[in-house]
Every structure is written in structure tokens, then in C-alpha cells.
Design a protein around this ligand. Structure first.
Ligand code: ZN
Length: 108
């Protein structure tokens, strides 16, 4: 979070000082490293979930940054609507069961 705040205009603030109703809720009780991409209305005033299974998901700073980027709305590069201007997808090189990671989103 400090790196993003230092290098971008993004600011993370503690929940107790929030001014918006939407917030991220970071946990480690579930399996896997994941975050929803961007804003999704949450039930019962819950935060947007970000999970870091311990210790696997916190072993590398890049994994943490990856999930934080998702929760603020950043897609995988290969899924961006403009990806064909920047990368070539070699479909036959993608493992079975993971091809959905390379489907293009309709908007960025
Ligand atoms: Zn991801």
C-alpha cells in the first residue's frame, strides 16, 4: 500500500477514517489469494473482499500488489479490451482450464 501511495495518486485510508461507504476488507481466513476486480455492491455493508491465505499469499510483495490492483479495478493485461494492440495471445500455449484468464473484457 505504501508503494502505491508513493508512486501513484492512490491512497489507502483506515476504515475508521473512511468517507465513502465502499471499502476493502482484507482477510486471511479463506483459501487462496484473490480479490474481486473493481467495485461490486456488497451485502450488509461488507467490504470488498481481498484474501491472502497465509503464508503463501504474503510470501511475495508482488502477490499482495497484484490483488490490491484487482480490487481497485485493474485487470490482467491479457484480459484488457485493448490487449490486442499490445500483446499476442498464443492460444495453443495456454493450459487447459486456464484459457478463461485470457478472455478479453469488454471494457477496462
Ligand atoms: Zn489476478
Amino acid at each position: 500500500m505504501k508503494r502505491f501511495e508513493t508512486e501513484t495518486c492512490i491512497k489507502f485510508v483506515p476504515l475508521k477514517t473512511r468517507v465513502y461507504n465502499t471499502y476493502i476488507e482484507i482477510g486471511s481466513t479463506k483459501k487462496g489469494c484473490y480479490a474481486m476486480i473493481g467495485y461490486h455492491p456488497q451485502k450488509n455493508g461488507q467490504g470488498l473482499p481481498v484474501n491472502f491465505q497465509l503464508p503463501e499469499c504474503t510470501a511475495h510483495q508482488g502477490t499482495i500488489e497484484h490483488e490490491l490492483l484487482h480490487v481497485i479495478g485493474i485487470l490482467h493485461e491479457q484480459a484488457r479490451s485493448d490487449r490486442d494492440e499490445h500483446v499476442t495471445i498464443v492460444w495453443e500455449n495456454i493450459e487447459k482450464g486456464k484459457i478463461h484468464h485470457s478472455y478479453k473484457e469488454s471494457k477496462n
